[in-house]
Design a protein around this ligand. Structure first.
Ligand SMILES: [Zn+2]
Length: 201
């Protein structure tokens, strides 16, 4: 019986390891990993100013504050600001409910997302379905992967990954502000993924 449990545990750990390994792998074409769909905004003063970032010193995590909306809808909202002039807003990436990742702005350029840290960070907006603001598991997995890849690209650590809340005190991303333990786990998961990516690269 004990032997059977040990064998089962071994099998589980092996398959978990393979899954994690597969999750950390990707191919890069034109500087962009294959899990990212590039759908850049038009350069305009309301969402893509075209300003070059001097350096990237951090990654800022946001939530859309628009429950149930898709990554494409959020990207298209940012694009529409060039005509509607409603506000100035954007993000480099939007991660959707099914884990899809849309890039709106090149990481070498500034987005309008993180107030005083717009000038030296990359911003990720996350879609969510639940009222508490927690991310769907597919969304979470993609955000971790994307964030780890950005850390690898810019030689950052999980400590450099911050919430919008850490910049302005805004309740964003809601669930990870209201549950500091989950935010700790988020950073741990980024760190683990970063380690795997470093091993694979
Ligand atoms: Zn935010």
């Amino acid at each position: 019986m004990i032997l059977a449990i040990l064998i089962l545990l071994g099998l589980f750990r092996c398959s978990a390891g393979r899954m994690a390994g597969r999750n950390a792998s990707y191919t890069v074409k034109d500087g962009v990993p294959d899990f990212i769909t590039v759908d850049l905004l038009t350069v305009n003063p309301y969402s893509r100013p075209g300003t070059a970032l001097k350096s990237v010193n951090g990654v800022v995590i946001h939530y859309t504050a628009n429950q149930g909306s898709s990554a494409q809808a959020n990207r298209d909202y940012f694009e529409g600001l060039k005509d509607s002039h409603v506000t100035k807003a954007s993000a480099h990436f939007v991660v959707g409910l099914k884990g899809e990742v849309i890039q709106c702005i090149p990481t070498a350029e500034m987005a309008y997302a993180s107030n005083s840290r717009n000038s030296d960070t990359v911003a990720i907006e996350c879609c969510y379905r639940k009222a508490d603001g927690s991310f769907e598991s597919a969304t979470y997995a993609s955000v971790i992967k994307l964030t780890a890849w950005l850390c690898l690209k810019y030689n950052l650590s999980a400590e450099d990954v911050i919430r919008h809340y850490d910049v302005t005190g805004k309740n964003c991303p809601k669930y990870y502000v209201e549950h500091p333990d989950k935010w700790k786990t988020f950073r741990k998961d980024v760190n683990a993924m970063l380690k795997k990516m470093k091993k694979n690269s």
